[in-house]
Design a protein around this ligand. Structure first.
Ligand code: CA
Length: 229
């Protein structure tokens, strides 16, 4: 399959079985997907701080923690789609995973064809719900992670993009420093407004007509930031 997006689709695979790790890596690569594979949930969280993934494949018995717990933690700050792949085939396991925020559940052993079909279905669903977002002459495409200003592409770092996406999704509302820190950096980050300040300055440089008197990326003194139309 040739992907039609500008960037390859990135998957995070959390699986501690070395045989399945290499099987999944080869299978995903054969379809043009890029994947990063980790055996431990904590390593997965560390990767999520610095990388954007389109989809996560999650084994429930990880090397360091239970996959359901991992999923529940993830869902407190991220909506990235998750397909659980597990040997646990009981109805109650599936119900618990889906109620904890899994988008789909595949029971081991599974066929390559079935897993790939479920990956495609989940990505399609994600594309349907991910509408382009816009304010003023600036447009974000959350599927391709492209930002344009007056039709010209603007190159943002991952952190800049994530902050902007969060603000656009809450257009007109003030977001506190801690809301931004937890959504963009992760749940353990708080009370570090200086982390945001440097990225916000860069965003203003790239997106505002007059960065020193921003019309859109407004500071809410003592609170956080607000994006205005
Ligand atoms: Ca396992």
């Amino acid at each position: 399959m040739i992907t039609t997006t500008a960037f390859p689709i990135q998957l995070l695979v959390l699986e501690d079985d070395p045989g399945l790790q290499s099987f999944l890596h080869t299978l995903l690569q054969s379809q043009g997907y890029q994947s990063m594979i980790q055996a431990e949930g904590q390593q997965g969280f560390a990767l999520l701080k610095n990388h954007s993934f389109d989809l996560i494949l999650l084994d429930l018995g990880l090397a360091d923690m239970d996959g359901i717990e991992w999923l529940q933690q993830l869902r407190s700050w991220s909506e990235v789609p998750v397909i659980v792949i597990s040997a646990r085939g009981k109805e109650q396991d599936k119900v618990r995973a889906l109620d904890s925020g899994a988008n789909d559940y595949v029971t081991k052993p599974f066929s390559s064809a079935e897993l790939l079909a479920r990956v495609r279905a989940t990505l399609r669903q994600q594309q349907k719900t991910a509408k382009p977002l816009a304010f003023a002459d600036i447009k974000l495409d959350p599927v391709q992670r492209i930002v344009t200003k007056a039709g010209e592409q603007v190159h943002l770092t991952k952190t800049e993009y994530d902050i902007l996406l969060l603000l656009v999704r809450h257009l007109g509302s003030a977001l506190t420093h801690n809301q931004i820190l937890q959504q963009v950096w992760g749940e353990h980050y708080q009370d570090r407004p200086e982390y945001i300040r440097v990225h916000m300055a860069q965003l203003r440089q790239k997106l505002e007509d007059n960065p020193s008197a921003p019309r859109h990326l407004k500071t809410e003194a003592g609170v956080g930031y607000r994006l205005c139309e």
